[in-house]
Write a protein that binds this ligand. Structure first.
Ligand SMILES: *[C@@H]1O[C@H](CO)[C@@H](O)[C@H](O)[C@H]1NC(C)=O
Ligand SMILES: *[C@@H]1O[C@H](CO)[C@@H](O)[C@H](O)[C@H]1NC(C)=O
Ligand SMILES: *[C@@H]1O[C@H](CO)[C@@H](O)[C@H](O)[C@H]1NC(C)=O
Length: 212
């Protein structure tokens, strides 16, 4: 797998930068504990940290950590994203997907996955801190953000964000149409889509648990 980073410098960087609970290992553990690799049929061995940044009406954004419970009222978004790791400012592009595998109910997810975002052509933007770069999009999203809307009688849903390296030819993919209606976002399968467009395994991820 071709990765947009120097693996050795990444590992050095991680020891220094991610010594706290925002570590790659903690992300992987959170995904495993929430059964996400199994339910999405993905392999997540994160190489970078994906930060999900939620703008708030108060003006102060909230950055969530993998597995955090997050109030529905704070999820209006659209979320912004940053990536942390020893990345080089180069021409690599990323694809970001967000899915709900628990719709309408985790115990009977019969319309899952619901696609909440599908955005290609993300590139490293301004540095937000040490080895942390905002992701900025160079083209409109294929699927724009829709806010979580778990039914009133549902347990929390997992809203899962996955970052992939963008494969060549992504912009001419025809598996997902731009600006899909809400029904057309249902029955999505992120691992099937990743196979179809050849984007491999995710290189980073995060998720929140949102109750009605
Ligand atoms: C969310 O916002 C609505 C409308 O402002 C309010 O009625 C409700 O109490 C809020 N819920 C929570 C959990 O803060
Ligand atoms: C989706 O629709 C919006 C609003 O009409 C438009 O600005 C955007 O370019 C469209 N996205 C794509 C990928 O066509
Ligand atoms: C999703 O796609 C993967 C990879 O193609 C496949 O193995 C799996 O069966 C699909 N899941 C569902 C629920 O169709």
């Amino acid at each position: 797998m071709r990765i947009p980073i120097a693996a050795t410098s990444l590992l050095c960087g991680l020891t220094i930068v991610f010594a706290q609970d925002t570590s790659l290992a903690a992300v992987e553990t959170a995904f495993n504990n929430a059964n996400i690799p199994k339910d999405l049929q993905i392999q997540l061995k994160p190489l970078v940290l994906l930060e999900v940044i939620w703008p708030q009406p108060s003006g102060r954004s909230i950055t969530t950590r993998a597995g955090q419970s997050f109030p529905l009222n704070d999820t209006a978004g659209p979320p912004q994203f940053a990536v942390r790791g020893a990345l080089s400012q180069d021409t690599h592009k990323f694809v970001l997907a967000a899915v709900d595998p628990d719709a309408p109910y985790p115990q009977d997810p019969n319309v899952a996955q619901v696609r909440h975002i599908l955005q290609g052509d993300l590139v490293l933007g301004p540095a937000l801190g040490s080895q942390t770069y905002k992701l900025v999009n160079e083209t409109p999203a294929l699927t724009d953000w829709i806010q979580p809307e778990p039914p009133a009688d549902s347990p929390p849903h997992r809203y899962i964000f996955l970052l992939y390296q963008q494969p060549k030819g992504f912009d001419s993919q025809t598996f997902v149409a731009p600006n899909d209606s809400i029904p057309a976002r249902e029955y999505f399968n992120i691992s099937q889509f990743a196979e179809e467009v050849g984007m491999g395994d995710p290189i980073g991820g995060s998720f929140v648990l949102v109750s009605p």
